[in-house]
Design a protein around this ligand. Structure first.
Ligand SMILES: [Fe+2]
Length: 329
């Protein structure tokens, strides 16, 4: 399938997927009013007046699996730096040394025992798009038997030093390697319904949001269903560093410190696009948005803006996962 056909086909299937899973629940009252948010270690809880069934989600982000076999040989020059990372990490609870692969396995083994209703993978699960890495993740997810959503981070599709813009490289490698993660849905935007909650996955791994992603998000808001937004790069929050780069007013070539290290074009001049800024406004104005789950910074954090919490998960290379429960009042 060529690239355009892939995107078109998956756009159709994403629409079909909306509402196709989980239980059918009537459109609820606005989700935001009267919600209570709690955060305790890696546990997050939302108590909501919205019409939902109790729900438990494991969010995994930034595992940074770097798995290579012979098929990766032609690409080694593009994956060597990242392949050296996250071999030895401190477990977020026990402080023992573990590899990213062990951390990933343990998290999903725990999921098999605890049986959450849904797994939300919010990017940089891989450090580069090797076939062996994709197969490994799909095999383990399949073992769990738990429904999941996946969106890319800025590393999942990135071969460092390969010519092309970030948008072009993302399009190429989403199609060539990461396609299985999307289960027939559009890789750039899709929704997954579980127990009356709609998880809306938007790929902002290039720090920006495209007009069609903004449009898709607005349609989900108009559905009236309680929503949880899944993104990789956290949305700008005043006072947070540039890692909260989606919608950040200072985002641009002057603040891009890593483009040489990561061998990619610098963030473009002119700042963020209108669509990205409009997306940022739309998210924090959405009356039925329960929460945002993000990653990227490798540092657990919570901000609440307009009564909408943005939880940033710690990196799963350390075994971290966010254990989110959504409970009706
Ligand atoms: Fe990232």
């Amino acid at each position: 399938m060529d690239r355009r056909a892939f995107i078109q086909a998956t756009a159709l299937s994403a629409c079909a997927a909306s509402g196709a899973r989980g239980d059918s629940v009537k459109p609820s009252s606005p989700a935001g009013g009267g919600n209570v948010f709690s955060s305790d270690g890696n546990r997050a809880t939302i108590r909501t007046a919205a019409s939902v069934k109790p729900l438990r989600v494991f969010q995994l982000t930034d595992t940074h699996l770097a798995i290579r076999d012979g098929r990766e040989d032609p690409f080694r020059q593009y994956s060597d730096r990242m392949a050296g990372g996250y071999r030895a990490n401190r477990h977020f609870l026990t402080n023992e040394t573990i590899s990213a692969e062990e951390a990933f396995d343990r998290t999903l083994d725990l999921a098999m025992r605890e049986k959450p209703d849904f797994l939300a993978l919010t990017g940089d699960i891989l450090s580069f798009p090797s076939e062996a890495g994709v197969e490994r993740v799909m095999e383990k997810l399949g073992e769990t038997g738990i429904p999941f959503a996946y969106i890319a981070g800025n590393h999942d599709w990135h071969y460092e030093g390969m010519p092309g813009s970030s948008v072009e490289l993302r399009e190429t490698w989403l199609e060539k390697r990461l396609e299985p993660f999307y289960q027939g849905n559009n890789p750039l935007f899709a929704s997954y319904d579980v127990n009356g909650v709609r998880f809306v996955a938007i790929d902002n791994s290039v720090y920006e949001v495209l007009p069609q992603q903004l449009e898709f998000f607005n349609v989900q808001v108009a559905s009236g269903m309680p929503l949880v937004l899944l993104i990789h790069i956290p949305l700008y929050i005043p006072g947070r560093p540039i890692g909260y780069g989606c919608g950040h007013p200072d985002w641009g070539p002057e603040t891009d410190k890593d483009f040489k290290l990561e061998r990619r074009p610098p963030w473009h001049a002119g700042g963020q696009t209108e669509a990205t800024l409009a997306f940022h406004r739309a998210v924090f104005a959405a009356p039925n948005l329960l929460a945002i789950l993000a990653g990227h910074t490798h540092r657990q954090a919570l901000d609440v803006k307009n009564n909408i919490p943005q939880w940033v998960g710690g990196h799963n290379a350390t075994g971290f996962f966010t254990d989110l429960r959504i409970i009706p009042h």
